[in-house]
Ligand binder design. Structure first.
Ligand code: AMP
Length: 225
């Protein structure tokens, strides 16, 4: 069985987390989200979490040495042996180079970089309205597009819904600047390597999922031929 070593690219709020969850189920791949790992470290009050928090709250990138070590360790775990779905990493060329080197060291290679593209104004509308469950941040709502049954209460466990610190409008604008300055060059980087696949993230989550799933199924087939 061929490996599916995938990364998801795209601005904050493009739906990478949602799509990664779905693809992770479709293809039995571990969904590795650097943002989720960091938020868990912050919640647990670990040293890594303490180092990362101020950068995250400001919408800046956490320093590469912290992130790269964390991801290389994670890719070495058993569940990532037959493939993975990286969400939120790499976010600059240095991280992309480090990922490439780590994969060469494991005698593996990237299968594809899946870009979910969404214009800035849509990103702001989506993220500023996002609310997450205080107990389980994967329970996600939107005040307009996907409201909970009762305002500010999670449908799944009745806990309070909150806005992430980095989802405030001025921070979102800053995260977009960081994305355009540091992460967007990775589109050309993976295009040059022949690994880029583009998807229109303005479509509904179901449509985007259908397109992604079909593309990943084709990649898997091509790899076995
Ligand atoms: P996300 O949930 O992917 O938007 O990540 C939330 C925050 O975590 C980002 O704004 C960064 O501060 C930090 N972060 C996540 N992934 C990375 C990464 N690959 N490199 C640096 N910082 C990251």
């Amino acid at each position: 069985m061929s490996e599916l070593n995938l990364i998801l690219l795209g601005p904050p709020g493009a739906g990478k987390g949602t799509q990664a969850d779905r693809l992770s189920e479709d293809f039995s791949l571990p969904h590795i989200s650097t943002g989720d790992i960091l938020r868990a470290q912050v919640a647990d009050g670990t040293e890594l979490g303490r180092k990362a928090k101020s950068y995250m709250d400001a919408g800046d990138l956490v320093p590469d040495d912290v992130i790269i070590g964390m991801i290389v360790d994670r890719l070495g775990e058993g569940d990532a042996r037959d493939g993975f779905l990286l969400d939120g990493f790499p976010r600059n060329e240095q991280q992309a180079d480090a990922l490439g080197t780590a994969l060469v060291g494991l005698d593996r290679r990237l299968t594809a970089a899946l870009l979910i593209d969404v214009p800035d104004e849509d990103v702001v509308r989506r993220l500023a309205g996002r609310r997450v469950c205080v107990l389980n941040p994967s329970h996600i709502y939107h005040v307009d597009f996907d409201p909970p049954k009762h305002a500010d209460v999670c449908d799944q466990d009745g806990a309070r819904l909150i806005q992430r610190d980095d989802d405030r409008e001025e921070t979102i604008r800053h995260r977009l600047e960081v994305y355009h300055g540091q992460t967007e060059p990775l589109i050309a980087y993976y295009d040059r390597a022949g690994l880029l696949r583009r998807f229109d993230g303005r479509r509904s989550a179901d449509e985007v999922h259908g397109h992604l799933r079909a593309a990943v199924a084709t990649l898997r087939l091509e790899d076995t031929l």
